[in-house]
Ligand binder design. Sequence first.
Ligand code: 16G
Ligand code: ZN
Length: 525
Amino acid sequence: EILKKAAENGRQNYPRSLQTTLLYGTAGIRMRADNLDYILYRMGLLSVLFSKFRKGQVTGLMVTASHNPVEDNGVKLIDTMGEMMPISWEKHATKLLNVSDDMLESSLEAIVKEEGIDIDTPAVVCTAMDTRPSSAQLSRAAVGGINALGGESRSFGLLTTPQLHYIVCCLNTNHQYGLPTEDGYYSKLTAAFLKFNKGRRPSRYLPRLHVDLANGVSAPKIQALKTYLGGALDITTYNDGSSGKLNYQVRGQLVSHSIDLAPGMRCASFDGDGDRIVYFYRRKGGQFALLDGDKIATLFASFLSDLVKASGLKLNLGLVQTAYANGSSTKYITEIMKVPVACVPTGVKHLHHKAGDFDIGVYFEANGHGTVLFSEGAQKTILHQAGDDSLDEATRAAAGQLVTAMDMINQTVGDAISDLLLVETILAVRDWTCGDWDAAYTDLPSVLLKVKVEDRTIVKTTDAERRATSPPGLQAAIDELVAGYKFGRAFVRPSGTEDVMRVYAEADTKEHANKLAYEVGLQVY
Ligand code: 16G
Ligand code: ZN
């Protein structure tokens, strides 16, 4: 009965206005905001079914299109521990995105049946949004959907995506993860930061950072963060206005053009919804240098692995990357740091999932999305070690530092604010400049091209997208091209978010990487 009412309400107030086939893809759905009302309504419905499926635990719905242009918007659904909605539910989302108004009721019914949902279970969904002009209206449409199925909606207004993930996790863990409010979030992270940095007198490291916020939702959030940090970290912000020029940066490359970059300045930039961060600086010789997700991942992994050793624990720590990870980073991690590396297909959900195979799993995409997961067992062991009076003080202190690091890390999803605090902590502890950090390894020159094709689905890949299995002969051709270059590596994959093929290549020089990418591109063109 309630399904019928919800479908009827949808037909009247949020009629389907697009006939094209849509996909709930790698990171939810993103598109021009004009036609999103019915989509948000329907995703509101789905988030209620998902909460009922999770026995009434809180689920989440974030209105954002991340780093897409300001005219776009979209939605990401969140699971009860703050992870992304599981892959097995994406087909339900895709179904609801595409059915006619007449078929909405029966489609809802089919999901209820297939997932064995008790429709009388109460449901709670938390929602939040980014700063796009369309976000408020679309949030109302989502709440309309949530309420239409009798779900309780809790709206948190403007939040970064990872803040909403954090809040959902807190609500479902009896506040064990932290207090389920924005204040709880800042308090938890900054208390850990301040504890780590208390009384530290670095000489090379300067607690001064320049951050470009892409005019996104992080702009007001960094202002709030600053009040919690007091004077412990001096943050100068750029593009910290409202949504006007949101995400003007080139996709994938978050590097800012607004910062007048002088040698010695340490800079970072965020994407529009605050789940990605990269650092950059100018080398002594004046050359621009990017400290991307791979560099952040190696920094985190080496720091945590040192602490694990110093605290006398036997925990297996591993790092998860994608095919885009620079070959030098992979080599450095496996050969110098002796930390195991796993490679998975593009998309945060794959990295997050794989990181769960380790006691401590660090994961990052080169584009700056990443975090660290501590298994439940590891968390217990670390806490126990930190409180074990029979141990010598140095050992206990190291375990204590691991506890503090865990508190600073948003384990639910990649989080630019949390990552920033941990990078700053590690640099301070090691008394490092960007140059010291950068010196660990030198990136191989790399190139990423997009190629417009008629049908990107003809290319199929395996081995974490590093090898093509179809069309026949493609991989052999790539192998042959790659063999002609020193340190050559290349792959092609169909994009999950745009109607294009992506071609990645790296080699000993920029010129060679360009040439290799071009040659490989011709194979799919
Ligand atoms: C999405 C993914 C990102 C990935 C990108 C690849 C999430 C939250 N975001 O933005 O991780 O790098 O897609 O896009 O999973 P592509 O398939 O078009 O290359
Ligand atoms: Zn994002």
